[in-house]
Design a binder for this molecule. Structure first.
Ligand code: AMP
Ligand code: MN
Ligand code: MN
Ligand code: MN
Length: 277
């Protein structure tokens, strides 16, 4: 059975390894089919493809787009994309815009609760000046002793109702799906179990996603518990969605889940890669 891992991050967004390093690591961990899916960025994809090819590993063009739907942040993964598609390139450029201003606001809010210089601090961890994320703040807060680890940060800071939370408008759901489809790709809901949506809201969201041309959801992801593997396998069947598998690996020591190490997709699902090879 193919070892497929279609979700991870490099230094081009908020991962700890470069695209080259992560390609090598995926290969070492016996991944056969691999996608790099940086947040709102495709500038690592060409290198990822080249290195994957040199290793004899099947590469899939990928991206993870930040979306605001009903005031909630949702992530949509695009797979099999042509990363040179002008609509996608422009859309992602627009989506990244505003991250720096948001980061300065996060820094100012943290200063109010006694954490000085967090913007400068977060910048130390940024690999791509175009893509400063909450993860970079989290690393700073851990390194400088304000929190014990990254998940401690996301319990006490940077999230709704806590210091350092800044509301932000990302792409619309419709635009994200259209950019992906316009680039020849397929749109997949990232880690559906992670969103703070009621059952009704989730159903409305999935209906809308499908109407706009979305075709898949992640079932096996590093963000799901084993119970959620089963829950979202059922959702995939109910909605007729293709199923995806991805670790959401961000780096050694930081991610719960290693590249290629998750269980396989449950039976009776159609893998999102079913017609790719
Ligand atoms: P941003 O796009 O700047 O809002 O940052 C989102 C990123 O923060 C996600 O992609 C994760 O890498 C990270 N993140 C969010 N929530 C958590 C959490 N509870 N634990 C660890 N990392 C998280
Ligand atoms: Mn991330
Ligand atoms: Mn995500
Ligand atoms: Mn991710």
């Amino acid at each position: 059975m193919l070892n497929v891992d279609l979700h991870c991050h490099s230094t081009v967004s908020d991962g700890l390894l470069t695209p080259t390093e992560i390609a090598n690591r995926a290969h070492q961990r016996s991944v056969d089919v691999w996608a790099l899916t940086d947040h709102d960025e495709i500038s690592g994809v060409a290198v990822a493809r080249e290195v994957a090819k040199s290793l004899g590993m099947q590469h899939v063009g990928g991206v993870e787009i930040s979306v605001t739907w009903a005031k909630k942040t949702i992530h949509i993964v695009g797979l099999q994309i042509d990363e040179t598609s002008p609509g996608l390139v422009q859309g992602l450029y627009d989506t990244r815009h505003g991250r720096e201003k948001r980061a300065m606001q996060i820094g100012a809010m943290l200063a109010e609760v006694g954490i000085p210089d967090a913007f400068q601090g977060a910048l130390r961890y940024v690999g791509n000046p175009d893509l400063i994320s909450r993860t970079h703040f989290a690393r700073y807060l851990v390194e400088d002793g304000f929190c014990s680890d990254v998940s401690d940060v996301f319990k006490n800071y940077l999230v709704e109702g806590k210091p350092g939370y800044v509301e932000h408008r990302w792409s619309t759901l419709q635009n994200a799906v259209q950019w992906i489809n316009g680039a020849g790709g397929v749109a997949v809901v990232a880690h559906p179990g992670r969103y703070d949506l009621t059952q009704l809201e989730m159903a409305a969201f999935l209906d809308e996603f499908k109407q706009h041309g979305g075709v898949g959801i992640e079932v096996i992801t590093g963000s799901h518990t084993p119970d959620q593997f089963i829950e979202y396998a059922k959702v995939a069947q109910q909605y007729g969605f293709l199923a995806s598998r991805g670790s959401d690996f961000h780096g050694p020591g930081e991610s719960r889940t290693e590249l290629g190490a998750l269980p396989p997709l449950p039976p009776n699902l159609t893998p999102v890669w079913h017609d790719w090879f």
